[in-house]
Design a binder for this molecule. Structure first.
Ligand code: AMP
Length: 114
């Protein structure tokens, strides 16, 4: 059994509010939402962080972007606006070592991020 939390969610071993699935990616609600819409998009196969992504992941990244757009449409935030955020590494505050994209929207956001 994997020790990685997000691998275990992808394997349906740990419960999560899964809202969409594509062949290589999964989307579920963040357990500690920071905005009215806060969804995490993850690759099903383990990749630790942004530095692990290479040219071979081009198809996976296309799925992530396509799913983010579909989820933003479904949540009604495609036009009002949203953020797609990756925290990569300690300075960015990455707390789960399985790369993931935060889809955030439904409220006005500040810039720069804290
Ligand atoms: P990051 O800090 O960028 O690594 O983001 C990790 C995110 O995972 C945080 O926003 C957490 O709230 C979220 N999270 C942690 N555990 C779970 C879980 N079991 N189900 C859903 N989201 C989670």
């Amino acid at each position: 059994m994997s020790a990685c939390l997000f691998c275990r969610i992808a394997a349906h071993e740990v419960p999560a509010q899964i809202i969409a699935e594509m062949p290589d990616v999964l989307a579920f609600k963040d357990v500690n939402p920071q905005a009215p819409t806060h969804v995490l998009i993850i690759p099903k196969r383990h990749l630790g962080g942004m530095p692990d992504l290479t040219d071979e992941h081009a198809g996976l990244l296309a799925q992530v972007m396509r799913l983010a757009n579909q989820l933003a449409q479904a949540a009604g935030i495609a036009t009002s606006g949203f953020r797609l955020v990756v925290n990569s590494g300690p300075d960015a505050g990455q707390s789960v070592a399985h790369v993931h994209w935060h889809l955030l929207g439904g409220r006005r956001m500040a810039w720069p991020p804290g």
